[in-house]
Write a protein that binds this ligand. Structure first.
Ligand code: KIV
Ligand code: ZN
Length: 544
């Protein structure tokens, strides 16, 4: 591959999914993986297969269904590499291998911490033991799979000499990609770039492998550090859509791709990503994870291309480049008006959905079409954004245990806000409850609680208009925490509380609110129904 090509390694489904509350169902993971493949990423890190049987299954399903054949609409004819994460333990590596094996291009990604603080307090291993483990486990992984990535966890705080030794050991044992993570988001661009340059200059055999960077955003420097690493010689960037991830998140894919695209003359680097799909990809990930995108987020925020200040508008009218360095169309942010309306047929609707990347058919398509017709009756113009919201709220919800069958609300300043809900439960029976509350949403949620009868705490409630105008669809996102003590454990061995999100869209925001809350409750109920091995907690309590 030409030396100006930067591989995009997307870890939305692994590191991104580690953000509290961003848990996705296996159906959602498959949909995101398909969309990433169409977007043109080179590698999809699909999960941490040793974490639980569910995680293993989700990775294997993606390997089979996204990694094994050409993807329609993908810029490249080759399917993406499918990667599974494994700690430097034989059992983890074996699990990762069986999960990714069905892919045309499988990759095992194994890691161990190298920094003094991790060696001493987490691993309780000295340098020699860490080197020994790297050689053994990278060698073992290589005996299974030809494509091996090795990460030196907390490389940003590892002594440079020891980092050189660790990377040399991994290459000697057969690693084909070497990843340098700034795990805790500690470094600055100059420092991080110098670290990469030092490895390029001092590691024997470094030219025979791909050098990769993986930066966290604790100081808001993830994109800057990643770009500094690429300038210094790295040719793989590890990123997530919208920059989601634990704490302050990972490097945002859209920022790195658009920086390289917009400043091509300066960097002299390119990626295989189709930039016109970035806005849509951002929306999909925000919907399925419940992680809303801040309006001023670079590239994909709602205001990223909005020019409010009079002086800016005047300049823009005279020449767009006065204040705009990228065109909204380049990232797919310009709203397209649907030429479909209430008289359009199911076929035209399905074709447009396919163009937007949603390959749905059969009963799912029937349901979505029914919703489309109902919406087209209420709204004069439908945009692609309306359509995306509709599909997302109907299709990417947890498999429903409870569904909303009816809702009536009385509110205003003349009486107590009252809601009556009709839900269909897992037993197929209809349940009706009424409740009063401090407002219509509170009353609705209390009525739902009366049927579902599970304890939970509402952490976040957010309403947004999808499009402009009084008839716009309203989207609601909620985040709840169950009362149980359950936690899940991340690849790095940290316990996190189970937080669940839900999403609903409707022209009536109280209906959207009810759907969002039910979506989150359904996820909570499903997770509670799983056995403790769902979290892989016992197995993962050990550090890496
Ligand atoms: O941040 C990190 O160190 C990681 C590794 C597992 C690559 O996510
Ligand atoms: Zn990470």
């Amino acid at each position: 591959m030409a030396n100006d090509y930067v591989r995009i390694f997307d870890t939305t489904l692994r590191d991104g999914e580690q953000s509290p509350g961003a848990t996705m169902t296996s159906g959602e993971k498959l949909e995101v993986a398909r969309a990433l493949a169409r977007l043109g990423v080179d590698v999809i890190e699909t999960g941490f297969p040793a974490a639980s049987p569910d995680d293993w299954k989700a990775v294997q399903t993606i390997a089979r269904r996204v990694g094994d054949a050409p993807i329609p609409g993908r810029p490249s004819a080759e399917p993406p590499l499918i990667c599974g994460l494994a700690r430097a333990h034989e059992k983890d590596i074996q699990r990762a291998w069986t999960a990714v094996e069905p892919a045309a291009h499988p990759r095992i990604h194994t890691f161990i911490a190298t920094s003094p603080i991790h060696r001493e307090h987490k691993l309780r291993m000295d340098k020699a033991q860490v080197l020994e483990r790297i050689k053994k486990m990278v060698g073992f992984a290589r005996s299974l799979c030809e494509d091996i990535e090795f990460s030196a966890e907390d490389a940003g705080r590892t002594e440079l000499d020891f980092l050189v030794e660790a990377v040399t050991a991994a290459i000697g044992a057969g690693a084909t990609t070497i990843n340098i993570p700034d795990t805790v988001g500690y470094t600055t661009p100059d420092e991080f770039g110098a670290r990469i340059a030092h490895l390029v200059a001092n590691v024997p055999g470094i030219d025979d492998v791909i050098l990769s960077v993986h930066c966290h955003n604790d100081l808001g420097l993830a994109t800057a550090n990643t770009l500094a690493g690429l300038k210094a010689g790295a040719r793989q960037a590890e990123v997530t859509i919208n920059g989601i991830g634990e704490r302050a998140g990972n490097t945002a894919l859209e920022e790195v791709v658009m920086a390289l695209h917009t400043r091509r003359a300066m960097f002299g680097l390119r990626t295989g990503v189709d930039t016109t799909q970035l806005a849509r990809m951002s929306k999909l990930v925000s919907t399925v994870t419940g992680m809303t995108v801040q309006p001023n987020k670079a590239i994909v925020g709602a205001n990223a291309f909005a020019h409010e200040a009079g002086i800016h508008q005047d300049g823009m009218l005279k020449h767009t480049e006065t204040y705009e360095i990228m065109r909204p169309e380049t990232v797919g942010a310009a709203q397209t008006r649907l030429v479909l309306g209430k008289h359009s047929g199911r076929h035209a609707f399905a074709v447009r959905l396919r163009e937007l990347g949603h390959a749905i058919e059969g009963e799912e398509l029937d349901r979505a079409f029914e919703r489309f017709k109902a919406l087209a009756d209420k709204k004069k113009y439908l945009t692609d954004a309306d359509l995306e919201a509709l599909v997302a709220s109907e299709l990417y919800q947890a498999a429903p245990l409870y569904t909303l069958d009816g809702l009536q609300v009385a509110c205003g300043s003349m009486g107590l806000p009252t809601a009556t809900v009709r839900l269909v439960g897992p037993d197929g029976h209809t349940h009706v409850r009424a409740a009063v509350g401090t407002g219509p949403v509170d009353a609705t949620y209390k009525a739902i609680d009366g049927v579902v009868e599970t304890e939970c705490q509402l952490l976040e409630y957010l309403v947004q208009g999808v499009t402009e105008g009084i008839d716009a669809i309203g989207e609601v996102s909620v985040r709840i925490r169950g009362q149980s003590e359950d936690t899940r454990v991340t690849a790095q061995g940290q316990a996190q509380p189970w937080v669940f999100h839900g999403h609903g869209a409707d022209t009536d925001i109280i209906v959207a609110s009810a759907k969002a809350y039910l979506g989150a409750l359904n996820r909570l109920l499903q997770a509670s129904a799983q056995s403790p091995e769902h979290t892989g907690e016992d197995e993962l309590k050990v550090g890496a």
